[in-house]
Design a protein around this ligand. Sequence first.
Ligand code: HEM
Length: 357
Amino acid sequence: MATSVNHAVPAGFDELPVLDLRDPNFTNEGNRILAELRAKGAVCRVEPVGALGFLRWAECDGILRDFRTFSVEFEHSMPVPGAEEETKIDTLLREDPPKHTRVRALMQQAFTPDRVSAMESHTRDITRTLIDGIMAGGSECDFLYQFALPLPSTVMSGLLGVDSSMMETFARWANAMMGANTAHAIQDEAARQQRYQEIARDAKDMEAFLKERIDERRKSPQQDLITYLIHAAEAGDRLTDREALTLMKLCIIAGNDLTTQALALTLDCLLEHPDQMRLLANDLSAAANAFEESLRFNGPVVTLRRKALRDTEKAGVKGARGLHSRPDRQFGQPRRNGLRESRRFQHSPRHPAGSEL
Ligand code: HEM
């Protein structure tokens, strides 16, 4: 798709309405901005990527399912100098079937819903402890630092079988791994180099830490995700060390950065819709729906990139190479009263692996 610079862009590309991912209003007003773009047509130009963006469910769904035409196997961002290998997350995320199918099947053995649900009471305990701490502090709290950051970090430490004192370090590592694009955009040369160094140090520390844990678990297996990943086997096949390591990194990144953002965005959404907040407070059985609806309404992942491997036509655009942006909803526009409605994630072959968690 259009992130591939060696492909010609479709005719009229430069005149398309622009979705600028750097727009500071995008976080809070993303739905409005996307609705305005959608009112102008099915496609847009996504900057600073210079890619074609599809705005409607039908095209996005078709593209995501058609992995033979639309591939994920390409460089999604410039590497970070000094940590080119350590910051590369290609296992699963940058693999098409059949490579993807093989790794996914092996990972699924380690990451079964049963094992995740076995963590439920542990997760509830962590949540209660955090909430008790907040309540003891009076009528105000810093939701991000007192809840949205520590909850997923602590859960992830438990899942990986490492001490919860690693929590802050995990959050910093996740932030570093997600920070390449922001670092590249720093204008000041000295500040940019400084940020590259910080990211490289964190990425190397993270890799060294995980390699040590892998060695330990080989000698002495535990009931944890690291052990399950390195022992997952199917038909004599196993994950390579590099694959297992990358999956662990992926879980730390997704488990910390994305989940933290999702929790914060959910609270923001509920604060904007007090009637839904009251509904939830009166009926906690709606919590799972509330979180899922909030992910649809304003989730932390806005774009999914794919590269067209051959000429194709989507939304009337020939030779479409582009980038999906958050599509309109097959199930209707996100609704302020959507909390009670359940619209489960579509389980395509690469549906978010952490959704059970
Ligand atoms: C609310 C938090 C999360 C969000 C919004 C999220 C979002 C996503 C999305 C959109 C994808 C698909 C990417 C693509 O198709 O290009 C994905 C994939 C993935 N996520 Fe998450 N994720 C979250 C939490 C987690 C957690 C907690 C974990 C692990 C513990 C995780 C592990 C993964 C893995 C391994 C994949 C690759 C799946 C595959 O390609 O088969 N995610 N995630």
